[in-house]
Write a protein that binds this ligand. Structure first.
Ligand SMILES: Nc1ncnc2c1ncn2[C@@H]1O[C@H](COP(=O)(O)OP(=O)(O)OP(=O)(O)O)[C@@H](O)[C@H]1O
Ligand SMILES: [Mg+2]
Length: 257
């Protein structure tokens, strides 16, 4: 048995004759922070949509923990522990931070409504919600209305609501997108912290984030896998450098120093 938590085999997605994902073999090792990078339009988000079964593949297979999940329903995949942040766990801006995490927990624990009527269960729920907030350094924001928090903190809350779903494999699509330097740093540290005991697959354009926290990197180009390896390996790969020609080439090299 391999120690890959996630494997795709010749995974393919066509949109009306256009191949967005082309025979991709992706191997994600248990416990790793694995980056999926590539130029705009390379097929990264489409890959994520295939992995969470938001889209059905045209061909190929997806294997999670040794089980073929190619035909599993999205809800079943989520129950197995494959959770995509910023999708299932969208937060409600007008509720407090604590209320949002509680909703995430209630969603995880099911819909048997009467179950929640007992005081004891509610206390347990609050205790677990506060523990999750502590994990993402948001304890002091528990009673803050979510909309009133800075952007980076909202992202931290989204990670907390994702943790409420008890992910084994977390999928993060551009977690630092649109952030200022300070928030990028905070969220990067947070991803590193919550990766303990979990596996993370993330799409990330910021190469200093990738080089800083990712154990392994897969590079997509025009739907196909161009390279896979450590940051040192992929960033010096001539094909990868060529794929990143132009504005992003400097970015790729810049993350070294
Ligand atoms: N539903 C769709 N129908 C048709 N074409 C699509 C669809 N979704 C994506 N595509 C195309 O597939 C290709 C890959 O798109 P995708 O969003 O996966 O790229 P990406 O790597 O996530 O890019 P970015 O870095 O810009 O987020 C693009 O050419 C896109 O236009
Ligand atoms: Mg994308």
């Amino acid at each position: 048995m391999s120690n890959f938590i996630l494997e795709t085999r010749e995974l393919t997605k066509e949109f009306k004759g256009f191949t967005a994902v082309n025979k991709v073999n992706l191997n994600v090792r248990q416990g790793h922070i694995h980056a999926l990078i590539g130029p705009n339009g390379a097929g990264k988000t489409t890959c994520f949509n295939l992995l969470t079964k938001f889209l059905a593949p045209t061909a190929g297979a997806i294997v999670f923990n040794g089980k073929d999940i190619t035909d599993a329903h999205p809800a079943r995949i989520a129950r197995m522990g494959v959770i995509r942040s910023f999708q299932i766990s969208a937060v409600f801006p007008h509720l407090t931070v604590l209320q949002n995490v509680r909703i995430g927990l209630q969603r995880q624990l099911g819909t048997t409504f009467h179950f929640w009527r007992s005081e004891r269960t509610l206390d347990q729920l609050n205790g677990r919600a506060m523990a999750l907030l502590a994990e993402v350094d948001l304890e002091s924001f528990a009673d803050t209305i979510t909309a009133d928090m800075p952007y980076g903190r909202k992202r931290a809350l989204e990670i907390a609501t994702t943790l409420a779903m008890e992910p084994e494999l977390m999928l993060l699509d551009e977690p630092t997108q649109g952030m200022g330097h300070e928030d990028v740093h905070r969220v990067t540290e947070l991803i590193k912290k919550v990766s303990a005991g979990r596996t993370i697959l993330m799409v990330e354009h910021n190469m200093s984030v990738v080089s800083g926290i990712c154990d392994r990197i897969s590079v997509l180009q025009r739907g196909a896998m161009l390279a896979e390896g450590s940051y040192a390996e992929v960033s010096t790969n001539p094909q990868v450098m060529e794929a990143y020609m132009g504005s992003e080439a400097a970015e790729l090299a810049g993350a070294h120093g």
